[in-house]
Design a protein around this ligand. Structure first.
Ligand SMILES: *Cc1c(COP(=O)(O)O)cnc(C)c1O
Length: 398
């Protein structure tokens, strides 16, 4: 399939005079979403009322959307379920994984992992008792730390700060060699790079849809479990919609067959309608084409910035194969530099303590975006424009 990225860009409602390099934090609005949401509110909720669960197919959406995401992450149909938030899905995957290996007590992760993943793991260990432990090591020490006490290796495939990408296949294999299971967080992978969940034999994966997949703020998360595990899983956070027969209102929990057991409660219907519309765009593209275009854009950006901004240091792997779809540079004044960029219409973000971060999404980012962003950044650095007082104050969300 050859993708016409000019055509996909036209499907997004991007503000005039903005170069958006932050789709790794919140994807932009697809043009079709506003109408789809208005229809969902007026014709479905408004007119169908409670009958919308059947008539408009709301109840089946989590499965159907899961199958559409499955294609993007190298998973088979029937292995991905949509719902809740990423933090909750991390909890569910960890708890179900620990349950499969009752003799093991250790969740292993890395110190660069996203805080919510670490907090959730720590909180779960605290609830389970003093034998359970979250062990956090540096990236270089992961393989050596894996042993027969490890229940789960929990990693975010693409580092949210540096964009460095783990080798999912190799690490999953190492984990399996000691009998451990793996949980991969795909927050910065789904829609960013090709992912091969079945091929790499990953056990669990989770991810969000409001970043590269463009489902909008608060869009639901997804969870994957390997086919051979699914019917053995005892879902943590067992809720009525994961029950085999929810409308029998039985007093005792019995999980549904299949990945639908990972459902918990009432799904966010409006957010799912937005996700459905965003996935219509993803249906037009192949992740290998997206990857090729993403590497082209990020490589071009690195070359332009390094040629014109000697005080910025590349904080991402130089080898494109070893990064996701984002690039970060470090500078002590990173916060003010990013504010100066945003004031000039180039939206990236800042990650403490000193990183300015840029995400590349070929669905809507062009070579022109990259060249203009690099030129504006070069002006800011050359003329010290970031020193202006207004760029020093921090808002609640950075
Ligand atoms: C964005 C992100 C999250 C956010 O979790 P939410 O529950 O959606 O707020 C968690 N983990 C990683 C690795 C992320 O990048």
């Amino acid at each position: 399939m050859t993708v016409d990225f000019a055509a996909t860009r036209a499907l997004f409602d991007l503000p005039q005079d903005v170069i958006y390099l932050d789709g790794n934090s919140l994807g932009p609005l697809p043009r079709a979403t506003a109408k789809r949401l208005a229809d969902c509110v007026q014709s479905e909720w408004g007119q169908m009322l409670v009958t919308g669960w059947n008539k408009a197919g709301w109840m089946a959406q989590p499965n159907l959307l899961g199958d559409r995401i499955a294609r993007l992450i190298g998973a088979e149909a029937g292995t991905v379920m949509v719902g809740d938030t990423l933090s909750i899905k991390v909890y569910q995957a960890l708890a179900s994984g620990l349950d499969l290996l009752p003799k093991r007590r250790i969740i292993l992760s890395n110190d660069a992992n996203f805080p919510s993943d670490l907090y959730i793991a720590q909180g779960l260990c605290n609830s389970l008792g003093p034998d359970y432990q979250l062990k956090i090591v540096e990236n270089g020490a992961i393989e050596d730390a894996l042993d027969e006490t490890t229940a789960l290796l929990m990693l975010t495939e693409v580092d949210y700060r540096t964009g460095a990408k783990f080798d999912m296949g190799a690490l999953t294999k190492k984990a399996h060699q000691v009998g451990a299971l793996t949980l991969w967080d795909l927050a910065h992978s789904a829609g960013a790079i090709p992912v091969h969940l079945s091929q790499t034999k990953a056990d669990f994966a989770v991810g969000c849809t409001y970043k590269y997949l463009n489902s909008g703020p608060g869009g639901p998360a997804f969870i994957y479990a390997a086919p051979h595990l699914i019917d053995k899983l005892r879902p943590a956070l067992a809720g009525w919609l994961g029950h085999a027969d929810p409308f029998n209102f039985s007093q005792t929990y019995e999980p549904k067959k299949g990945i639908a057991r990972m459902r918990i409660g009432t799904p966010p219907v409006l957010q799912m309608a937005a996700l459905e519309t965003a996935l219509d765009i993803w249906d037009l593209v192949d992740m290998e084409d997206v990857r090729r275009a993403s590497i082209h854009l990020s490589t071009r950006f690195i070359a332009a910035v390094e040629a014109s901004c000697p005080s910025l240091s590349l904080a991402s792997p130089r080898d494109a194969e070893r990064r996701g779809s984002q690039v970060s540079f470090s500078h002590l004044e990173g916060f003010a530099i990013m504010q100066a960029l945003i004031a000039r219409g180039v939206i990236g973000d800042f990650r403490a303590p000193n990183l300015i971060r840029f995400g590349f999404a070929p669905l809507y980012n062009t070579e022109d975006d990259i060249d203009s962003a690099a030129r504006i950044l070069a002006e800011i650095m050359r003329d010290d424009l970031w020193k202006e007082a207004t760029y020093q104050t921090r808002a609640a969300v950075t």
